[in-house]
Every structure is written in C-alpha cells, then in structure tokens.
Design a protein around this ligand. Sequence first.
Ligand SMILES: [Cu+2]
Length: 333
Amino acid sequence: MENDFLEGKTQSSWNRRQFLKLGIAGLGITGAGIAYQTLKPQKSLPVRIPTVDSIEPTDGNISPMTILRDFDYGTVKSEKGRTIREFRVVASNSTIKLNSAVDFNTWNFNNRVPGPTLRATQGDRIRVVFLNQGGHSHSMHFHGVHPAEVDGVRPIRHGNAAIYEFDAEPFGVHLYHCHTEPITRHIGKGLYGMLIVDPPKPRPPADEMVLVMAGYDTNDDNKNEFYAFNGQPDYYRNHPIPIYQNQLVRLYVLNMIEFDVAATFHLHANFFQVYRTGRTLVPSEDSDVITMGTTERHILEFAYKYPGKYMFHPHQDAIAQSGCMGIFNVIAT
Ligand SMILES: [Cu+2]
C-alpha cells in the first residue's frame, strides 16, 4: 500500500531535465540587477550541467548528489482553471551512516534527509497529501502564507493521513518541517525539507542546486556531534560537485541546524549575490560569507572565473570540521 502511494509520485515527478526542456525556451536574462551585471557570467545560456555519477549508497538512502539537483514539481492538475500541484509525502524511518562507525536512525519524509524539495510557482495551489508511517506522531508545517487550519501544528498519528492545501505564496525559498513536540528532536531526526516558490516570471536559467545544512545530535546532549550538507556528513568533500567555469550557479541554501544559534555559509575564491529568502528578483548585496539563523534561507548566485577545486562551508570551523564541508570542482570550458 505504501509502495502504491509512492509509486504515483515517482511516475508524476518531473526531473529537472524535463522541466528545463519545457521551460527554458524563450527565457532570457532579464535586465534585473544592472548594478551587478558585470559580475554575471557571459556564458549563462544555455545552462550547462556536467554529467554527474550519482552513485546511490547501498544502505538504501538517496545520494546527496541526487538530492542536490532534484526538484519535485508534483502531479500537475487543473481544477476550476487553477494549476494544482499535488505532492505525496510519507513520513518513515531509515538509518543513515554518519561515518564508518556511527549509524543514525533518522525520521524523515519520503525516505530521505532532507525531504523532497517541493517546487511550485507563485499562484499555484499546493496540495500535500501526507501519510504518516513513521511510528510516532508527526506533521508538516510549512513556512509561507496560509490559513491556520493548514498550519501543520496538529500531530498526525502513525497510520493516519492529512492534506495540507494552500496557495503558493509568496515567491521565495521556504521550508517545511515536522511541528510535533519535542520539535527539536523531530527536526534533529531529519523531518525537514525545502519548498521553493518560483516567481511568476521565472528567474534566468542557471545550474540550480539545493544545499540544506543540518546537524545530528547522536548522544542526546542537545549539541550536534555531526553536521552535513544534504544529509550525509562530508559527502561533497569526498565527492566534489562538478560545475562549469563561467556557468551561472544558483544555490538554494537553507540552515536547518538545531542547537547552534546560527551558521555561516562561506564560498572560497569567489563572491555570491544574495537574494534574501529568495524574496527579490535583484540581489541585495554580494559577499563571500553570509550568516543564517536556524531556518533562514537564501538564494546565492555566482559563477567561477577560474577552473579548479574550491571549498564551501560554514566559517565556524567546528561545524565545518564535523561534516559540513563541500567542494565545487570547476571544469574549464
Ligand atoms: Cu515529527
């Protein structure tokens, strides 16, 4: 039954290439951000994305390399002239390997940490069909604008389902997470994910990626012993993310680290343009480090001028050294 439930999702989810194929024609670089235009790459059309060997781990988890560029656009329906995006999310449990010696029992959405990156366009109607198979009560609380009855703070017991339906607004980078108490524990176990609401007029084409920073408290001392981008500590340090020189990269970055008040995000040998909470179409600043409190999220855009390998990580080195470390491998063009 659970398989049937998930099967519909697999069949209906568009992968990024399909979406680009449909959406890329006719898009152009807008005049937005004139002051920053000189920082923009000149070769951003068409979008070039290196082939990635996404080796799925044998433990049944989804590779962070897959999570990186995976966007769930839902099942698209039209009802009364409106676009409905229907998403299916199942809460369940799985074990993730934090290093060769430490296994961690996660509570998660759709068998992955972070959960699926749900994506809609402002004005769409979002319908999330949530099924709790996690053994504990859980819920889905979305950031964004919606009525109280779909705010997702009511616990849904194991074996039960709920439907969260609301308009996709406002455009920006948002998130969802379980809001069942103790919330710190439910989030710390892995029950969170990103919700992207695109503006009505799409952003310029780019190599788009999701990076969710999170921590793991493995000994229940209310401190994190491990940290990770997209679930697996040090994954992108050991498997650098290939990108092309001069290609515009758009990072959707979310800080889901509990216990630490804030984390920074630092990019080596470059500057990024900041779209705070993804709420603007023009950047508000450019920097090579940005501070994010828990659940803060931004769009960061950049292109690399020179080929080579470049780190990205929080500049609190204790966090970086405990798993929140990655590398971009910039391929010469
Ligand atoms: Cu929960």
